[in-house]
Design a protein around this ligand. Sequence first.
Ligand code: RP5
Length: 151
Amino acid sequence: MGSRSDWETMRNAAETLEKLDIPHEVRVVSAHRTPQRLYDYAAAAAGRGLRVVIAGAGGAAHLPGMAAAMTRLPVLGVPVESHALKGMDSLLSIVQMPAGIPVGTLAIGRAGAVNAALLAAAMLATTDPSLAERLEAWREAQTQAVAELPE
Ligand code: RP5
């Protein structure tokens, strides 16, 4: 994520990965304030064995796109809700990538963070039958938890 202030949103991604027992790491890497840290992280990511990168940022949210430019790993972008523009700035700056460098962009805020983790899980599950079972069980539990009546 681009800042510690993004953690309140991005913790939803981490918690979802934990529920699915997916090993992961969490880092603060700012495209603007720590560009060298971003370069080092993205350039080394594939070689360290990472499989997917989830990048959450807000405002002029260049982190996901810049990370995607420096790794062949799939990058999932989460627009963090900003105070000034309610995350529309984050969304548009993450989703409007030029052809050639994709960022899989999720919804603004908590929904995007949860879904980034679930999408990462779905990608990893294509080559991990045990994770596929856990993901299917998670989805079934979610289905069972939806009441038919509002009260
Ligand atoms: C972005 O600027 C971060 O991703 C964060 O969403 C936003 C504001 O950062 P702080 O000023 O709260 O550190 O780079």
